[in-house]
Design a binder for this molecule. Sequence first.
Ligand code: CTP
Ligand code: MG
Length: 242
Amino acid sequence: MRSTDPAQHADPPNGAGSLGVVVPAAGSGRRMGGVQKQFLEVAGLPVLHRALLPFLAHPRLVAVVVALPPDDAARPPGWLTSLDPRLRVVAGGSSRGESVFLGLAGLPEVDVAMVHDGARPLVSIDTVDRCFRRAVEGVGAVAGVPAVDTMKTVGPDRRILATPDREHLWHAHTPQAFPAHVLREAYALAQAEGFPATDDAALVERLGLPVEMVPGNPENLKVTRSQDVAVAEALLGFMEGA
Ligand code: CTP
Ligand code: MG
């Protein structure tokens, strides 16, 4: 079993904090040749289904909003609508940010709001819980892992401009967790100003509010290219055998 017993996680600091999750899953999978990767199966379960399970197992979870492409939101798959009564579906937008914004609008009042990509099927409940615990304390928390490759900053012509010290570089995954009012404010401002971002933390960082990297599980890949389904199945086997 890749997630540990949720009962172990039943007592966050002060025993407080309700959790709401927005899952953007309204993309079109352009880098996979237009395949809706959120519905592809990894070891017999859709990617999106696997992405949801660790959140549904968290003892503080009160609501999940899944943003789907408008056509799918109008006719969601049966496995999704029957998965959990705390889950609802909304139509997403034309960018990830817009889908999260629309998802947040459908989320009830909660203490902690998290965002998790519907294309990340291998997140562990321990990763979810570590992010939750930091956000309950009032600090934004981004799951991620330290960079293992040397990273380069390049110009438009691919000329290398700098080789930043790898010790200070992390890959940012999801979930990303925040006090809910902070995330709502950050998204409202970003929408009003048309600020683009590929993750949620960037919108909170620009408000000058604290956000930290939290160690995630390294297997938590985002299914992005066709070969990632095979990689995800191999990683799942590794996690289940661990
Ligand atoms: N996403 C979304 N709404 C969009 C675009 C993306 O909810 N308009 C979601 C995707 O479904 C995915 C997550 O955001 O769960 C991360 O996006 P990405 O990996 O880029 O997925 P796609 O946009 O589907 O893929 P691509 O960029 O290759 O088209
Ligand atoms: Mg995309």
